[in-house]
Design a protein around this ligand. Structure first.
Ligand code: 28F
Length: 641
């Protein structure tokens, strides 16, 4: 008996060491990357364990604090991790959860293992990647404590360090990410934590989540939504104009799968649909989203025919027609989700499609019958959208380069590059004719195409596709890209590897850039997501000393460069002229030459945030725009979206 216990103890001790070492050797395998995204993943792994405790019904409040040293504290008021000795390892359950890989799986089959992002690799990974980590468990009127250092090694066994109110229970974890592993940054971004914690509060109705920042400028935000995702739709539609009163809120359970859907239509032509599985965002959608959207289309068609909004001879409403102006959140909890797709964020479970369809269609049918006035508004909007779709189909014909007329007209605008190899080709969208002229002269005509834009393009946030297609500039852009637009969009046909927006650094330039980004985000999102869109960065200052001419992007670079000059160097500084005043040589030298220029890649890191920014900035409502500008005034000049 003695040997047996020893052997198991030794082997599990070795397993612990190998496990933690494995994580430190290849952290990317466990948290995706060691960039800022990976740094924030550590928080989600710990928060997910607290959320699990809330899903199990024992935790009502989670607090997250960014401490002064950029360590993180997560605190819940759940039952507290068990402090008994784990039979297999001879160690406390707390130590097992924090030192054995994947030991965190709290609920075998019963409850839902919530897993943020990377499917719950557990708390032991966070421990392994932390300089130090401390756990405090409050239960039985005592405070149990254990500290781990340099990648998860316990300093000593779990011990009682204090007493506490007998009624108090919960778990508090503080960890400091290891800067040997997180070499890019170990500074936490308050807004990243705030956005995701708010989303988790929406997805777990009634759960209170508080975020504190104890660093230089202390901050605090608390989120608690009794209405759950209904309030999420309400928040998303705040910067849009709802066209009917009720936010439709559907909940149902079938075969151990629970579904929640909230939706409301607004007068915009875009859709904001976000779906989740066990609180994980599924940007690639999946069977839950497919089931709901199939039901939405079928039920609306059935209702439209039954109430004579559509005749039998009319073509039925399509998924795109019923999507227009739709803000919808779909959240399911599934005991055994299977993820597919490029980034493993598409739900693959086939049984979910039928379940989501059944639960949603029954509730939505009942809503339409009980709210005929709102049903009328929704159906009519979809019918108008279907007519616009047909019109867009016709309008789209003209963006295909067939008729001679638009070829000459088209080439009148685009100075294409000679190369037909998309992988080396790039197109500059240039503000104004004079800058356009200099760009055409200064470019490398083999690989660089120039499309001068005459002034502001249409704000497509407020326009349907057929309206956008009636705009000359937009048609030229669509034709130049070669991908087509709307239903026939094909990323593989993109004719350029880089789409470079080259506008002045002034407010006008920023406005044109945001208009273009709105166009790309609304109608060419895959191009942005694939990282093809860039903003050129014309220099703000030129510094001359001796024979050296140095262009710098901004005040910060200017000051840093001046520090590198010998103390009594004589130099001149001049603020650069606008793009339009630069000659071809200067424009090429400073902004276009691929060996000298600085480009800023545009990414959509957080679709929800981008969606909000675009609809706030570019939507109908003025108030949200003013609010956004007031909140971000210092950034509007070089708005980096
Ligand atoms: C700040 C982060 O990690 N909270 C947690 C619990 C509660 C239980 C638990 C956790 C290992 C395998 C069971 C308590 N009582 N917040 C947290 N709260 N883990 S993590 O159990 C983990 C054990 O199975 C818990 C009864 N059942 C479960």
């Amino acid at each position: 008996m003695e040997d047996k216990v020893n052997n198991s103890y030794d082997s599990s001790a070795i397993q612990v060491l190998e496990g933690l070492e494995a994580v430190r050797k290849r952290p990317g395998m466990y948290i995706g990357s060691t960039s800022s995204k990976g740094l924030h993943h550590l928080v989600w792994e710990i928060v997910d364990n607290a959320i699990d405790e809330a899903l199990a019904g024992y935790c009502t409040h989670i607090e997250v604090t960014i401490n002064k040293d950029n360590s993180i504290t997560v605190k819940d008021d759940g039952r507290g991790i068990p402090v008994d000795i784990h039979p297999k390892t001879g160690k406390s359950t707390v130590e097992t959860v924090y030192t054995v890989l994947h030991a965190g799986g709290k609920f075998g089959g019963g409850g839902y293992k919530v897993s943020g992002g990377l499917h719950g690799v557990g708390a032991s990974v966070v421990n392994a990647l932390s300089d130090w980590l401390e756990v405090k468990v409050y239960k039985n009127g005592k405070v149990y404590y254990q500290r781990y250092q340099t990648g998860g090694h316990p300093v000593e066994d779990l011990k009682v360090i204090d007493s506490c109110d007998v009624k108090r229970t919960g778990t508090t974890v503080t960890f400091k990410p290891d800067d040997q592993i997180f070499t890019e940054t170990t500074v936490y971004d308050y807004d990243v934590l705030k956005t995701r914690l708010r989303e988790l509060a929406f997805l777990n109705r009634g759960l209170r989540i508080t975020l504190y920042d104890d660093r230089e400028e202390p901050k605090k935000d608390t989120f608690c939504y009794e209405g759950g995702i209904r309030e999420y739709v309400e928040m998303l539609n705040k910067s849009k104009t709802a066209i009917h009163n009720t936010i439709i809120d559907v909940t149902g359970v079938m075969d151990d799968i629970s579904l929640e859907v909230a939706l409301q239509y607004n007068e915009s032509y875009n859709s904001s649909i976000y779906s989740f599985v066990n609180n994980i965002t599924t940007p690639e959608g999946g069977t839950h989203e497919e089931g709901v959207r199939r039901a939405l289309t079928r039920v609306l068609n059935k209702y439209a025919l039954a109430n004579n909004y559509l005749k039998d001879k009319d073509s039925p409403l399509t998924g795109d027609d019923v999507k227009e102006g739709l803000t919808m959140i779909i959240s399911i909890k599934h005991p055994n989700p299977q993820f597919e797709g490029q980034t493993k964020t598409k739900l693959g479970n086939s049984e979910v499609r039928g379940i989501a369809d059944k639960i949603f269609s029954e509730a939505f049918e009942r809503f339409l019958l009980e709210h005929p006035d709102e049903a009328k508004i929704i159906v009519e909007k979809a019918i108008v959208a279907s007519r616009a779709r047909v019109a867009a189909k016709k309008a789209r014909e003209i963006t295909r380069r067939k008729g001679d007329l638009d070829i000459t007209n088209f080439y009148g605008k685009l100075s294409d590059c000679k190369s037909k190899d998309a992988s080396v080709s790039e197109i500059f969208l240039v503000e104004g004719d004079s800058a356009g002229g200099s760009a055409i002269k200064g470019r490398d005509s083999m690989t660089q195409a120039i499309l001068p834009l005459r002034g502001k393009i249409l704000n497509v946030e407020k326009a349907r596709l057929d309206r956008a297609l009636s705009n000359e500039e937009i048609r030229t852009i669509i034709t130049a890209f070669g991908t087509g637009i709307g239903e026939e969009f094909d990323l593989a046909k993109l004719r350029y590897n880089k789409i470079i927006i080259m506008t002045d650094a002034d407010v006008d330039g920023s406005h044109i850039r945001v208009l273009l980004l709105t166009l790309f985000y609304r109608f060419f999102k895959p191009i942005v997501e694939a990282g093809h869109v860039y903003a050129a960065q014309p220099p703000l200052f030129v510094i001359k000393h001796g024979k050296t001419i140095k262009y710098v992007l901004n005040e910060q670079e200017r000051d840093e460069y001046l520090k590198t000059l010998a103390p009594n160097t004589k130099y001149e500084i001049a603020r650069m002229k606008g793009l339009g005043e630069m000659d071809a040589e200067e424009l090429n030298e400073t902004t276009m030459d691929i060996n000298k220029r600085v480009l800023r890649q545009i990414t959509i890191d957080d679709a929800v945030a981008a969606d909000e920014v675009f609809s706030q900035l570019m939507g109908e409502e003025v108030a949200p725009r003013r609010e956004f500008i007031e909140n971000n005034a210092t950034y509007v000049g070089n708005l980096d979206i």
